[in-house]
Write a protein that binds this ligand. Structure first.
Ligand code: C5P
Length: 221
């Protein structure tokens, strides 16, 4: 009864979160939003004034995380020591800190078992940066979902505008490029497609189209 493992890696804003949710729902699998784990560590660090270069304290925070994920219609609800932090971890500030704590090897090591524990029958759809390369090298289907930085910045711009937030497109593009740079060039688990991943560039694709492409890969396996 080996669990079906589908990994979806890619840069921020590529739409992998949405696709992972939809694929998990349509196949009745669990969802692992690994970015949320790094965001939770970042939130704890920010709240406790832990510095991004204090690796010992960060790794301790990662090991000690008291968390629970609850599936919802729009993804997962994240609980930190009984507090619903689903909104808090989505803040820009937390995302930036997350990409810094994610570069700390001891933090990544501390989160490895928690992530692998999601691989239970019937299976899991795991979204992140290193799901296919490090966490689940044995995955059944590996997708690397990408889109041009400009297109990703545009999508984010429209999302934020729809929420009534005032945003600057050029600032968003710069943030995305800075995060790509950090995620792709770090020493441990840099963002890159696994050798056996299927690369999907969603720049010119709609969400339904991407979902169908991923489901077709699952069918084919
Ligand atoms: O995907 P999300 O934007 O929520 O991830 C937040 C940060 O966590 C990313 O910028 C990335 O640096 C880090 N991350 C990672 N490995 C993962 C998932 C996320 O390094 N598997």
């Amino acid at each position: 009864n080996t669990p079906l493992i589908i990994t979806i890696d890619g840069p921020s804003g590529s739409g992998k979160g949405t696709i992972a949710q939809r694929v998990a729902k349509s196949l009745g699998l669990q969802l692992l939003d690994s970015g949320a784990l790094y965001r939770l560590v970042a939130l704890v660090a920010l709240r406790n004034n832990i510095n991004a270069d204090d690796h010992v304290a960060l790794a301790h925070a990662a090991r000690a995380l008291d968390i629970r994920f609850e599936p919802t219609d729009t993804g997962v609800c994240a609980w930190l020591a009984g507090e619903d932090v689903s909104l808090a971890i989505r803040q820009e500030e937390v995302g930036l800190m997350a990409s810094q704590v994610a570069a700390v090897p001891a933090v990544r090591a501390a989160l490895l078992d928690r992530q692998r524990a999601f691989a239970q029958a019937p299976g899991v759809v795991a979204d992140g940066r290193d799901m296919g390369t490090e966490v689940f090298p044995q995955a059944t289907v590996k997708v690397y979902l990408t889109a041009s930085a400009e297109e990703r910045a545009n999508r984010r711009y429209n999302q934020l505008k729809a929420k009534g937030e005032s945003v600057n497109l050029r600032r968003l593009l710069e943030d995305i490029q800075a995060r790509d740079e950090r995620d792709m060039n770090r020493q441990v688990s840099p963002l890159k497609p696994a050798a056996d991943a299927v690369i999907i560039d969603s720049s010119q694709m709609g969400i339904d189209e991407v979902q169908d492409a991923v489901l077709a890969l699952v069918d084919k396996r």
